[in-house]
Design a protein around this ligand. Sequence first.
Ligand code: MG
Length: 383
Amino acid sequence: MKSETKIYRKIFIFLITLLFTQPFCTAQFYGDPPDNTHPWAIHDNNRPQPPRVEPAENPGGAPSDAIVLFDGSLESFTKNWSHTNAKRKKDWKVENGSLISVGGAGTIASKTEFSDCQLHIEWSAPSKIVGSGQGRGNSGVFLMGKTEVQVLDNFNNATYPDGFAGSIYGVMPPMANSLNAPGQWQSYDIIFRRPILKDGKVMDEGSMTVLINGVVVQDSTPLEGGGGHIARSKSKAFPEKGPLSLQDHGNPVRFRNIWYRDLRKRPVDGGTDGKISPEVASKKRAEIASKIRKDALTKEGKDKLLRLMESLYYQENAEAHAEAEKLGAQFVNDVSEQPEGRKGDVMQLNNAVKFLVKHKLMPSNHPGVDALKGLIEDNGWNK
Ligand code: MG
């Protein structure tokens, strides 16, 4: 009996805590407000929810927002790829669900051009071992047609490490050899960020993260110009978009299940998440404030007041400010006349005011501060 009472008491305390903390947690006036380089507050409920992406049923499969560049069919090859060598005598082949490099057919390039991406591609070197070093099962995955993640049968085949399977060719060896035997499928998962230069100045070197068969072999490796053969590459600007290219190095390497997804833009590339420039932050804050002011128009009384106050911490606005002052005075007046049942509203508004004062977004000598304090004390709501 005694323990039951204890449990009920615990549940009661939990419910009361939930009742009082919930409105403050779901509303704004909670985490640190926006600043010069961050347009969003900490724990900002005005921030859009992450878009839903349906994952694939099987690992390696294309999620719902992926662009599929090759699904195993001849149609998807014809629709999505072009040969780049007009003088070639042969073409790449599609056979048993695989896209096969044919010696002399040259490079193929995706018709779609893109940039920062998550890329998935699977390949298989010929099971019949021919050649050695760079001559065994060589092909290549060229992001934006410019920087090669090497495809090579290095299962039992040494070569210069910065030309190994999973190397960024001429830049960085992979940190491990996690290849399957030739003839088996290998998966590459690549996260690519293009180099960005502005007026010749490197803003972001660009990077690649590569997993071979689920093992990380490149970890945000700086691209240092993208690499290449023999010569050390120098930092250079990449265009905004480019195709995905696959190399013909004379070996019949097979490919399948090729898809990519675009990535969120970096701040240096116009993105508005994370630490951004004061100019972009200010523009974004104005946009958020305007959206909240519009939403405030759909509300009345205390809810409208809170929404307007919220908009003001993203951007000052004379009209919204005047309206908030008017609604605030009205609120205090109404509650003074009829305080019954208004404790929750007053505490909520007081919490918002305390937050704004704490973050110096409202002067501590604003008459509203004392007015709310007075209402709370007069009605004994502080006990
Ligand atoms: Mg190659």
